[in-house]
Design a protein around this ligand. Structure first.
Ligand code: PLP
Length: 243
């Protein structure tokens, strides 16, 4: 695959996904611009990520902190003017918080009080005010990390607010199933939890939900951030790039 056909493929994929986002938003009575597309780059080959940035995309997401840091550093070195926004969408260990905080725009995957408190402590030391989402395991799957709905209520309503870290919304993942009703009920459940917990001081603006297989349902149910990988990089995987 040549660099120019890679660009062409990505432009087409991006336009397709953006179109589907706009249509789903319209069905939910919203504007396409109300939904932010985060390109999940975890399986994408480096040239495809570079090409995506070259055609103007700025919001990137990684699930592994190490890979996020490496790729963020590479972009900072090769194209410092690109001003990318990195989203961490996977599990964060407390010993990685210090390295990750300065590099990310938003952490979607805060899944315990201990992690939240660690982020607050390190943010204070570094003089940062990071934004985070609380990951909620709406479907109670044992294989998934995240707070239960009960725990989220406890964290947001009963604990004293943290000094440095700001919770700006909730994140969830739908179970792996073909059953659209099950998927929809999980997304709807996250929105209802947000509506219950939002206050004027803490609007919980963001709902991060929806991946390649289910982002349209998520948007219909109120997603503001969708995390899309495979649909965006389709046809770009494993290709040899010719200079
Ligand atoms: C990999 C991943 C995605 C993107 O998945 P696709 O199906 O490739 O779109 C979204 N969210 C999280 C948390 C992920 O780990």
């Amino acid at each position: 695959m040549s660099a120019s056909s890679l660009h062409k493929q990505l432009k087409k994929n991006l336009a397709d996904v953006e179109n589907r986002i706009a249509n789903a938003a319209a069905r939910g009575g919203r504007l396409g611009g109300d939904v932010e597309l985060i390109a999940v780059t975890k399986y994408a080959p480096w040239p495809a990520i570079e090409a995506l940035v070259e055609i103007g995309h700025r919001q990137l997401g990684e699930n592994r902190p190490q890979q996020l840091l490496e790729r963020a550093a590479l972009f900072a070195e090769k194209s410092p003017q690109s001003e990318l926004q990195w989203h961490l969408i996977g599990q964060l260990q407390r010993n990685k918080v210090r390295a990750v905080l300065p590099a990310v725009a938003l952490i979607h995957s805060v899944d315990s009080v201990r992690l939240l408190e660690k982020i607050d402590e390190v943010a204070g030391e570094l003089g940062l005010n990071p934004q985070v989402l609380l990951q909620v395991n709406i479907s109670h799957e044992e294989s998934k990390s995240g707070f239960s709905a009960e725990d989220v209520r406890e964290v947001l309503q009963s604990r004293t607010p943290l000094a440095h870290v700001q919770c700006v919304g909730l994140m969830t993942m739908a179970p792996l199933t073909e059953d659209e009703n099950v998927i929809r009920s999980v997304f709807c459940g996250l929105r209802e939890l947000r509506d219950e917990l939002a206050t004027p001081d803490r609007p919980l603006k963001h709902l991060s939900m929806g991946m390649s297989g289910d982002f349209e349902i998520a948007i219909e149910e109120g997603a503001t951030l969708v995390r899309v990988g495979s649909a965006l990089f389709e046809g770009c995987e494993g290709q040899e790039i010719q200079a």
